[in-house]
Structures are given as C-alpha cells and as structure tokens.
Design a protein around this ligand. Structure first.
Ligand SMILES: Cc1cc2nc3c(=O)[nH]c(=O)nc-3n(C[C@H](O)[C@H](O)[C@H](O)COP(=O)(O)OP(=O)(O)OC[C@H]3O[C@@H](n4cnc5c(N)ncnc54)[C@H](O)[C@@H]3O)c2cc1C
Length: 445
C-alpha cells in the first residue's frame, strides 16, 4: 500500500506556518516540517501510515498544552487532530460522543446547552485528548472522579503490521488493556485517539467560595486548607494558590454542587481562626462557574516552566517553611505554588484499576513560573527544579499531564506500579515503538 498525506497540510514556507507550529509553551519551541490538520478520521490513518512508510518522525497534537512540548518536534510532521471537534449527546443514555480534537471550552459549552457535563480541567483551550489520556483533574473531581473515570469507550488509530495503520475501538469489553492504558497512561504513547464516549452528569446551579489572606498568614491558611479540603463533603472541590511574598496573596477557591447556605457551613473550618481578609460565597449557573475558573491569561502562549507532585498526607510545618522560603525568593513575582484537593471519587477507584496510579493522594501540587525574555529561562528552571528537590521528603510522584524533563525516574514518578503493565500493553499495541518522545513508554526488549 502506498499511503498519501490527506487533510489540510501546512508546510514550512506557508504563511500560516508560524501560527500552526506554535504551542502554548514558547520555551523550547520546535520547527516541524509540516503540520497535518486531520479533517476526517481517515486523514489520521493516512498520516500514520505515511509517516511509517516513509520513516518520518511525527508527534500527535490536540490542544497544544503539553508543558514540555511533547506534541511538537523539529523536522517530521505533526498529526494535529484539533479540527476533529464535533460533539453529540444522547440524553436518554446519558452519553456524549466527542471527537478527540475538541477543547474544553467547546466541551463545557456544548454539554451545558444539553443540561449535562463531564468533570474536566479549568482552562478552555486545553485539549480534551491530552487531558483525558493523562487523567483529567478539575473542580468536579471529588464528586464525579477524573475525566478518564467517566470514559466509556474510544476510537484510536494504532500501528498495523510493519508499516500500516488501523483504527480500533477500545472499552472495558473490547481491547480492554488498551482502554485501561488510555485512562491515565498519558497522551502520545499508544496511538491517536479520534473519538471519545463519555458518561455525562446533569448539572444546573453550583455555589462558589473565595477566601483571601495576607501572605503572613500562609502557614495558618495552608494548614487549615490541607486538613480540610481533601476530607470535606465530596461535592466540594477546591484549590489553593500561594503567590509570592511581594504579591501578598493567598487565595482558596472552590466549587460546591449544592446550596450557598450549606457551603457557608462547610467552609467554617477554613476561615475560623485563620484571619482571612476577604470571604465570598455565591450561587451561579454551572456555565458561569466554568467561565469564572477559565483564566484567559492561561490560554495565551508564553514562556513557562511547570512541574508538580502529589501530597499523600498533610505537609508538616518544615515543608510549609520550605514553600515560604521559595515564595520569598522567587525568580519573579509571577511564580506560584498551586494545589487542588483530591480524595472523594478519585480515591474510590483502586490505583491499579486504571493507568492513573496516584489515587490515594489527597492533594495535587503544582510549581509554576513564567517569564518574558528568553534569557530569563535558566533562573526560572532552576527555581522549579530546586523547589521540587527541597520538597522531595514530603511529596511523591508527579501527574503525567504535568510532565517535567528534569525528573529522571519519570516512569515510576508518573505511573508507580502501573508502569510494568503499561510496557506490556505498549509491546502488544506498538511493538516497533512508533509512538515515541522524550518520556514515552517503551516496549519490552
Ligand atoms: C494552562 C493550562 C491549564 C491546565 N489545566 C489543567 C486542568 O485543569 N486539569 C488537568 O488535569 N490538566 C490541566 N493541564 C494539563 C493538561 O491536562 C495537559 O497539558 C494535557 O496534556 C494537554 O493536552 P492537549 O491536548 O491540550 O495538549 P497537546 O500538547 O496537544 O498534547 C499533550 C500530549 O497528549 C498527546 N496527544 C494529544 N492529542 C492526542 C490524541 N488525539 N491521541 C493521543 N495522544 C494525543 C500529545 O502527543 C502529547 O503527548 C493544564 C495545562 C495548561 C498548560
């Protein structure tokens, strides 16, 4: 068979090239030979077969949010599925069929028009594909689980024989190992997902809270939040953003699927004795809440370095002291340490039941820096690396959707005990290691 590239193709000299090659992270950006925008599933099959037949390197891309730019490369082709973005909803069966190139903004908006949703992340421009394949953490996680926990099935283009490609379905019943791997095994490892089927949940009104403290109360606020947020009513998921000392801001925000009166009672342990400077509680439509948590700045390309880890038991004061030191001496004012509460429905699934391993964590914690001039990269990178290292005695693992090329033992860090099974599945599905990048799962020798 002689494969041909089909779809909308942008080459190096085309006027759209710069826009087409750019990901959200401008640091360490790449220059692919061409970007193949797949408009139909067959374009995906053709692109994979063409790349294999011609021995051309490729990467798979959807929402362009990979922290380490694993969805782009120098030379080769990008197989971009962002134009495969149709959604249909069967309200009787409570199932949404969503093409894998859809971003979260479109997912939330479309599903809201049908009175339903899925639990997913916060920024609208994040791709559903990358998010789901790595897990998918958001403000409904404690109630409905991770995005991948709501996945019923998917279609995925995988290698066939020595140089071809084919599309297969995967679910708990069909190709169940591959399905298991797609629930937290990370994007870009096994194939190119073209379509997802999700279980959807009715949603209408939610209540939100926001509590702010002066920076000097960081320890009090952190302690109150970490001993409360992962253990409170599972209808309430929240986040805590610790800013730099000079910004003088600690903010906890959360979403509760319930009434304002109940939420006011639930936040008492967070605000009592912690000296907040501001407390707000409101009730809004779910779509308004989703728009509130979508930070437009997070959707604009910039230079950044992010990394993260999981917290399995509340941090002792020594660890909080480390956090304070790093936020007192940041590379610039914009650095933050951010956390989201877990537990609830995320914890009700066993660590080996899906490829997403860190089920027992109570908090997922993220280290963020961004900068404007290219020459400021090294000071920002060093800050994140040093912070992760300093907190090492108190944290475990990292979320595969927050990859960090400085983590040497990344297989164990992202996948824990599940790595061995992931490698076996990789060997079955992609024995020639066609899908590969700096931190991809490799087949067994
Ligand atoms: C601003 C911002 C906000 C974020 N917020 C959240 C959040 O709230 N919750 C959360 O859990 N995570 C969040 N993330 C992390 C996010 O889940 C990951 O960056 C995710 O990998 C992004 O997927 P993408 O499709 O946008 O990115 P891409 O860069 O397109 O892809 C990411 C990875 O998935 C692979 N991939 C993409 N499409 C496919 C496909 N169709 N089939 C197979 N592999 C594919 C790529 O090859 C790459 O390895 C956020 C990231 C950013 C930058």
């Amino acid at each position: 068979m002689v494969a041909k590239l089909t779809g909308r193709i942008v080459y190096l000299n085309d006027k759209d090239y710069t826009k087409a090659r750019e990901n959200l992270n401008l640091f360490n950006s790449k220059f692919p030979g061409a970007i193949v925008y797949c408009e139909k599933e067959v374009d995906v099959i053709n692109a994979l077969a063409w790349a294999r037949e011609n021995n051309v390197s490729f990467r798979v891309r959807s929402g362009r949010h990979s922290y380490e730019n694993f969805s782009v490369l120098n030379g080769g082709i990008i197989i971009d599925i962002s134009e495969l973005n149709k959604i249909s909803v069967d309200l009787d069966k409570k199932i949404a069929t969503i093409q894998a190139g859809t971003n979260l903004g479109k997912v939330y908006t479309h599903l809201w028009e049908c009175g339903v949703t899925i639990p997913a992340g916060t920024e609208f421009s994040v791709g559903l594909a990358g998010l789901t394949l790595g897990g998918g953490i958001g403000l409904l996680s404690r109630l409905f689980g991770l995005t991948c926990d709501n996945l019923i099935g998917l279609r995925i283009v995988i290698p066939k024989g020595k140089s071809e490609a084919k599309v297969v379905d995967a679910s708990r019943e069909t190709n169940s190992n591959l399905f298991w791997a797609c629930c937290g095994g990370g994007g870009g490892n096994f194939g190119i997902v073209t379509q997802f089927h999700f279980r959807v949940h009715p949603i209408s009104i939610v209540s939100l809270f926001r509590v702010e403290w002066d920076w000097k109360h960081l320890e009090k606020a952190y302690n109150a939040w970490q001993t409360w947020a992962p253990f409170t009513d599972l209808r309430l998921t929240s986040q805590l953003e610790l800013s730099t000392k000079s910004k003088n801001s600690i903010v906890a925000e959360g979403q509760f699927v319930g009434s304002k009166a109940d939420l006011k009672k639930l936040i008492v342990p967070l605000v009592k004795n912690t000296k907040p400077r501001k407390i707000q509680v409101t009730t809004v439509t779910f779509i308004k809440a989703v728009k509130h948590f979508n930070n437009p700045a997070g959707n604009i390309p910039s230079f950044f370095k992010r990394s993260g880890s999981f917290v399995f038991k509340p941090l002792p004061s020594k660890a909080i002291e480390i956090i304070k030191q790093f936020l007192s001496d940041p590379p610039n004012e914009e650095a933050t340490i951010w956390q989201q509460s877990l537990g609830g429905a995320v914890q009700q699934i066993k660590p080996t039941e899906t490829a997403y391993f860190h089920r027992k964590a109570i908090i997922v914690q993220e280290y963020n820096t961004s900068w404007e001039k290219e020459e400021d990269a090294s000071i920002n990178l060093s800050w994140v690396v040093a912070l992760r290292k300093a907190l090492k005695p108190y944290i475990q693992g990292d979320y595969v959707n927050w990859p960090d090329v400085y983590i040497k033992n990344w297989p164990e860090t992202y996948y824990g005990e599940n790595y061995a099974r992931l490698r076996k599945i990789k060997t079955e599905v992609d024995p020639f290691n066609v899908f590969r990048f700096q931190q991809s799962i490799s087949p067994l020798p």
